[in-house]
Design a protein around this ligand. Structure first.
Ligand code: TXA
Ligand code: MG
Length: 317
C-alpha cells in the first residue's frame, strides 16, 4: 500500500515489518536495524546476498554517535557540513550494531537523510533504520514510490510516498576510519564540494572489478535488462547499430535522427537535472525492451563523475 502516513509507517516498523521510504537520493527499503528477523527480510525481499552490508539511517549526529566507537574530526566536519543530506560515513561500529548489518565488518555505514517525510519518521521511532535502495538486487534504483510498488510492492507492508527523489543518485560514501577520509562510492554529493570543506584533495578508492567485500560496488549493478552501452560519440555508435532497435539516453544539445527514440537527461546540460532524471529514464527506456540502449557519457566532473560511474556499471555484463 502507498500512503503518506508516517505514524502508520512507524507502527509497521515497530512490529518488525519492512517499509519503503523516500529519501532525497533514492527510495529505501527500511527495517528496524535492531530487529534481526526484520533485517533478514530486507535481504530476502531484495534478493540481496548477506555479504552486502546495509546503511543505517538516523535522525541526527547525536543518534549516529550512539552507533560508533569514535567520530573522528574529519567525520564531524563532513557531518556538520552535509547532514542531513546525501552523504554516508563509514565509521568503526560499536557493539550495539548487529553483525548482520555490516556483514561482519568492523565498520558501519551511517547517514542522516534530508527528506522531510523520512526525517519525521525517524523522529517517531527510537531505532536506526537499516535501508538499502528499494530495488531488486542489481537492478536500477527507485526514485519514485511507484517504482518501489511495481517491483517490491507485494512484499512490503507500506510504502511512504514522498514524491520524486530530489537528487536521484545514491549517497556518496566516505570511509572516515583511516588517517584521511576516502571516497568509496561516488554519489549525490559531488567530490568538489567535499574537498571545499576538507581543504584538500580526497582520494577515490572505488572497486572497478567484482569484489565480494563491497558488492554494492560490483561492476554489474544499476543494470537494466536490455543491453546497455555508454558512448563518447553518439552518432558513430548509432550508425554502428542502425539495423537494431536502438533507444538513446542523451545529454545537452544534441541532434540525432528523428526516428530514433531518445530521452534527454538535461537539454541545458545541467548535471543536477541529469542526476534527477537518470534512473527514471533508464527505467522508461528499459521498459521499451529495445535491443540496445545507447547512453551518452557525461562530462567527468561534479555529479557527472557519479552519473558516469552508474552508466559504466549499467553497461557491465
Ligand atoms: O542514498 C543511499 O545511500 C540509499 C538511500 C536509501 O539511503 N541507500 C543505498 O543503499 O544506496 P544500498 O544498500 O543500495 O547501497 C549501500 C552501499 C553498498 O554498496 C554497500 O556495500 C555499502 O553501501 N556499505 C554499506 N555498509 C557498508 C560497510 N559497513 N562497509 C562497506 N560498505 C558498506
Ligand atoms: Mg543499491
Amino acid at each position: 500500500m502507498i500512503g503518506t502516513d508516517t505514524g502508520l509507517a512507524a507502527a509497521h516498523l515497530k512490529s518488525g515489518e519492512t517499509v519503503g521510504i523516500p529519501t532525497e537520493t533514492v527510495y529505501g527499503l527500511a527495517a528496524n536495524a535492531f530487529n534481526e528477523a526484520a533485517v533478514v527480510s530486507v535481504f530476502e525481499i531484495k534478493n540481496r546476498p548477506f555479504f552486502d552490508p546495509l546503511i543505517l539511517h538516523v535522525r541526527n549526529i547525536g543518534h549516529a554517535e550512539t552507533l560508533v566507537k569514535e567520530f573522528p574530526e574529519s567525520a564531524r566536519q563532513l557531518a556538520e557540513a552535509f547532514w542531513p543530506g546525501p552523504l554516508t560515513l563509514l565509521l568503526p561500529k560499536n557493539d550495539i550494531v548487529p553483525d548482520i548489518i555490516t556483514s561482519g565488518s568492523l565498520l558501519v555505514a551511517v547517514r542522516v537523510p534530508s527528506h522531510p517525510v523520512t526525517l519525521e519518521l525517524l523522529h517517531k521511532v527510537d531505532f536506526p533504520l537499516a535501508a538499502p535502495s528499494a530495488n531488486p538486487f542489481g537492478y536500477i534504483s527507485p526514485t519514485q514510490a511507484e517504482h518501489v510498488d511495481k517491483q517490491l510492492g507485494e512484499k512490503v507492508s507500506y510504502i511512504l510516498d514522498g514524491g520524486s527523489s530530489e537528487i536521484g543518485l545514491e549517497s556518496t560514501i566516505i570511509n572516515c576510519s583511516g588517517e584521511r577520509p576516502v571516497i568509496v562510492r561516488l554519489g549525490g554529493l559531488a567530490k568538489e564540494r567535499i574537498e571545499e570543506v576538507l581543504g584538500y584533495a580526497i582520494e577515490l578508492h572505488l572497486n572497478q572489478n567484482s569484489n565480494p567485500t563491497a558488492p554494492g560496488q560490483l561492476d554489474k549493478h544499476y543494470a537494466p535488462n536490455s543491453r546497455f552501452i555508454v558512448s563518447d560519440n553518439l552518432e558513430e555508435s548509432i550508425n554502428r547499430h542502425l539495423h537494431e532497435h536502438i533507444v538513446v539516453l542523451s545529454f545537452g544539445e544534441i541532434k540525432i535522427a528523428e526516428d530514433i527514440y531518445q530521452l534527454n537527461l538535461s537539454k541545458t546540460g545541467d548535471l543536477s537535472e541529469a542526476a534527477r532524471n537518470l534512473f527514471h529514464y533508464m527505467r522508461l527506456l528499459d521498459q521499451l525492451s529495445p535491443s540496445i540502449i545507447i547512453a551518452q557519457r557525461l562530462p567527468d566532473f561534479g555529479l557527472g563523475l557519479a552519473i558516469n560511474d552508474r552508466l559504466r556499471r549499467a553497461s557491465s555484463r
